[in-house]
Each structure stands twice: as C-alpha cells, then as structure tokens.
Ligand binder design. Structure first.
Ligand code: PMP
Length: 378
C-alpha cells in the first residue's frame, strides 16, 4: 500500500518528479560550463516568470526571509520612511526587517482577513515623504491577497518604490511586475515556484537598481549586498563563470527545470489553473459549512485557503486529516491561531490533489464528530 501523504501546506509543496530527479543529479562545480549554462537559463527564465523583461534577476541561496532581507538592505538607508501595507504575520516581519536597516516604518493595518483600502494608503502617503511601500502579496497567515496593481499605481503616482513580498504568490497568483510597475518582487523557491526549500529569488526594476547605485551609505548586510551579487548574476547571464558565494548547485538545476515547466504551461494558463483549483477547494469548504479568514471572496488568495474550524472542532482534527492522506497546516496569526487552519494549493497542484484533500478533510471532520452535508445528494 502506498503510504505517502499529500503535502498540502502553504509551502513546501508537492514537487514534480522531474524537479526531484534534478535534486539527485551528481553535483557539479558551481563554475562548470554546464552549470554556468543552467544558471544563465534560470536567470532568463526567472525574468519571464516574474513577467519583468527589463528587470534584474537575483538567484541566491537562502529562504524567503533572506529575499526580504536582500530587498530591504539594498534599498533602505537609515532614516528612510517606508509604508507597510499590513495584512498579517509576514507584513509584521517585513516591518521588522526594514527597521533593522534603519527605516522609519509606518504600518497601515486592517481588521483580520481584510486589506487596507487604496484610499487609506493614499491618505497615508500624502502625510509624509515616503521612500517606498512594502506589501505582502499573499499573506500566508491570513490567505488575504492585496491589490498589487492598484498599490503599484499609487507608488508611481507618488514617485516611490514598491516592494512586493511574493513568497506565497509568484508563479501562482497573477502578478505582472513590469506592466504593473512594481520595483522589487521577491520570492522563495518552495512554494508556487515548485522547488525544495533553499533559494531566494528576486527581480529588481531599473529604478530599484538605480536607487541602490545612488546610495550614500554602505549596505548593512555583507551576504545580501547587491554590490557582491550583481556582477555574479550579470556574469552568469553572459555565460561566464563567476564566484562570490557557492551556488546551491542542485537546487539551481531543479529550479531551471521547474521554471521550464512553468513557462511551458504559460503564465496566463497557470494563473487560471490556480484560480480554478482555489475556487473548487473554497467551494468545497463552504459546502461543508466552513467560513474563511478573508472577509470576502475578492480578497482571498488563490494559492492557499484559510478556513475557520467549525463549532466543536479544533486543531486536534489535523492529525486525523493527515491519517486520511493530507498534511495541512495549523493557524499562524497569533490572534486567531487556534481557530483556523491553512491549506496550500499551488504549483503543480491538480484536480485529483484537490479532491483527495477534500476527501481527507471530510473524513477527519467526520471522525472528529462534526456533522455536515457529504456532498451533493442524488
Ligand atoms: N513571506 C511570506 C508571504 C511567506 O509565506 C513566507 C514563508 N511562509 C515568508 C515570507 C518567509 O519565507 P521563508 O520561510 O522561506 O523564510
């Protein structure tokens, strides 16, 4: 009997067999000609997946937090004002990182499950001389999705930089970096990018690079300093070996395969598939009587769902759901941590995965004593 459970948390996710095979390939030197070609291709494909043909991609070993750190330390100088559009746990984290590099951070918060409106953000932008705005596209703690197109438009109107934490969105949620005029988009590889954890990905607009080049003060992080990484990225794209820090060779092999698979599907089709999977899963949760953290459907992400436990059920149902075949995540946002759970459905997720997950949830909830309508009656 197959004993594998579906990993349906909001990252890491289920990876394709081709990606997993690349992880097991013999490791080459990080300056070997075939790795140089692979890294060069991965950089070019990153630009395409971020829909940012004029951007500068960075691929560096590290997690998503490292990508946030890289964005903050290269752009921020002590005393800069930054506005954080705060939708939950990861927006708090972004604020803390920005402060670590000397930014004066103002948070615009909303109620749990909601997003501050564009009017609220604009009112705040009028009050002070901001250098930039940081926003979590999909806050993995609330499953809330921010309006990046609208926010980036506001940033352009006020001539400030837009920085998007796309860790739970890039390659799943619609995000058109260049068309929408976003200056920095960052992510990690373990979510919709579809690669085991360990790579930070970031694409910077020409304006972001110019801001970095015009700094008056040195970058406060040695490892993340673009002065160290920019020549390396440019060199690999020119198909020339370069060294600053050893590349995560097998992860980059795997990344290059995954990016190829993503582009073979096509970005528009991929966004549409994520919407379809999400709609189907959310409809199933509603059908069994569960409410969700996002206050309304147009604010909900497509990469994950955050349902509240129904009356009489708590986190002890998650091991029952796991026994029935699907590993899910508990709550993360402190204020409601015990009251909800999270289900990731991104990357290579298929209709069969969604159905199996819904089945496992129904089975777990039934075992936990929750009474609900088991699907359509004929
Ligand atoms: N931002 C968001 C929106 C995330 O979901 C996560 C990880 N769950 C991070 C940042 C941090 O990424 P990592 O755990 O890879 O450091």
């Amino acid at each position: 009997m197959k004993n594998r459970k579906l990993l349906m948390i909001p990252g890491p996710i289920e990876f394709t067999p081709e990606v997993m095979r690349a992880m097991g390939m013999p490791t080459t030197s990080h300056v070997a000609p075939d790795f140089v070609e692979c890294m060069g291709q991965a950089l070019e494909r990153t630009r395409e997946v971020f829909l940012c043909p004029g951007g500068q991609p960075f691929i560096v070993a590290g997690s998503g937090t490292m990508a946030m750190d890289m964005a903050a330390c290269n752009i921020i100088e002590p005393g800069d004002n930054v506005l954080v559009v705060n939708t939950g746990y990861f927006s708090d984290r972004f604020g803390a990182i920005l402060e670590r590099y000397g930014a004066r951070v103002t948070h615009v918060k909303s109620a749990i499950g909601d997003v501050p409106s564009l009017d609220e953000i604009e009112a705040e932008l009028r009050k002070a001389d901001y250098k930039g705005l940081a926003v979590t596209h999909v806050d993995t703690s609330t499953a809330v999705c921010a309006d990046i197109e609208g926010l980036a438009g506001l940033c352009r109107k006020y001539g400030i930089l837009s920085i998007v934490d796309g860790v739970c969105s890039v390659a799943g949620e619609e995000l058109r970096q260049e068309e929408w005029g976003v200056d920095i988009v960052l992510t990690a590889c373990q979510k919709a990018i579809g690669v085991p954890p360990g790579l930070a990905l970031l694409v910077a607009s020409p304006k972001a690079i110019e801001t970095f080049k015009n700094r008056r003060t040195p970058v406060g992080s040695y490892y993340s300093d673009w002065a160290n990484w920019l020549p390396i990225m440019e060199s690999y794209e020119d198909r020339k070996a370069a060294y600053f820090g050893t590349q995560a060779v097998n992860l980059v092999w795997a990344l290059n395969i995954s990016l190829e698979q993503i582009l073979a599907e096509g970005m528009d089709k991929r966004f549409a598939r994520h919407r379809l999977m999400s709609d189907a899963f959310k409809a199933a949760m509603t059908a069994i009587g569960l409410k969700q953290v996002p206050v309304n459907a147009d604010k909900a992400a497509n990469t994950l769902t955050a349902p509240y436990f129904p009356e009489g059920v708590n986190g002890s149902v998650l091991p029952l759901i796991k026994d029935a075949g699907a590993i899910l995540a508990g709550g993360l946002l402190a204020e409601i941590r015990e009251k909800y759970f999270r289900v990731g459905h991104m990357g290579a997720v298929s209709a069969a995965d969604i159905l199996a997950t819904v089945g496992a949830i129904e089975s777990g909830f039934a075992k936990a004593g929750y009474k609900f309508d088991h699907g359509v009656k004929h």
